[in-house]
Design a protein around this ligand. Sequence first.
Ligand SMILES: [Zn+2]
Ligand SMILES: [Zn+2]
Length: 326
Amino acid sequence: MDTYALPDARSEATVAAHDDGTWPVTEDVAALRTAIANLFFYGRPGAGDRKWVLIDAGIPGSAAWIESAARARFGRRSRPSCVVLTHGHFDHVGALHTLADHWDVPIYAHPLELPYLDGREAYPPPDPTVGGGAMARMSPLYPRGPYDFSRRLRPLPADGSVPGMPGWRWILSSGHSPGHVALFRDADRTLLAGDAFVTTKQESMTAVLQWRPEVNGPPAYFTQDWAAARRSVEALAALEPDAVGTGHGPPLHGEAMRAALRMLARDFDLLALPEDGRYVRSPAVFDEQGVVSVPPPVLDPVTLFAGLGLVALAGLAIGTALNRRS
Ligand SMILES: [Zn+2]
Ligand SMILES: [Zn+2]
């Protein structure tokens, strides 16, 4: 059984994983960690077929892992009633094709997110210069679509309700992605925040591997409208959640988490906004049809030097080959 220390000695010290490998958010919400990203099961243990909901769908290659955790939690041959996406980044839809085929389920997302999920558009390029960690540096290698789930894709209900999750509402929290949503249940103030803010430092490989708990802004390399991202954090902090599950990092609870979240909202520019970067200078602009405009890339010294190094190596190789021939 794994444990992790909460970020503040005043909080409940440690929380342990369930035997099925998931981590409790509340009695009826559990997080499953797929290497670098979390997904969530909504529904009581043993709920049975079509009596639960999957929120997000893990990294590529994690389908068998997710299905086995779902079987352990909800019972053999128990399929969800639907899948709800907080957004469509690769680490949140990685297993979705396989799972949706196996389970034959509808997939819900916000209308502003649909163009990247129905085959129309790829997300604009990430910015590897922000955040300063290895996860950020590698971000140009991450897939960014377009994904095509159009056969099963549906817009979230306009009345704010969440299919299969009575008592919950979705909250548009764009900035990290155009149609990003968080899910909130007022009765016990449970918040599934997606990547609007996260509970580890996602740009840093060591923090990600250790699942080190800390309240942070959205993963910077994929965030493409920072003013919107700030407003989203302010709105979610104002909900004063009691339990929080995010796309990256462990679930957190109680006043220590709330205080950290309030501080993030208050000092967002200091704590989360990168000093400079492609989307810091000006945001990407989106509408319901997809990408409207993308700002030009910023000069990236690391890529530049790596590129120059490659050119020099290629020159050397060609020179050697020519010498051999002559
Ligand atoms: Zn994301
Ligand atoms: Zn993510």
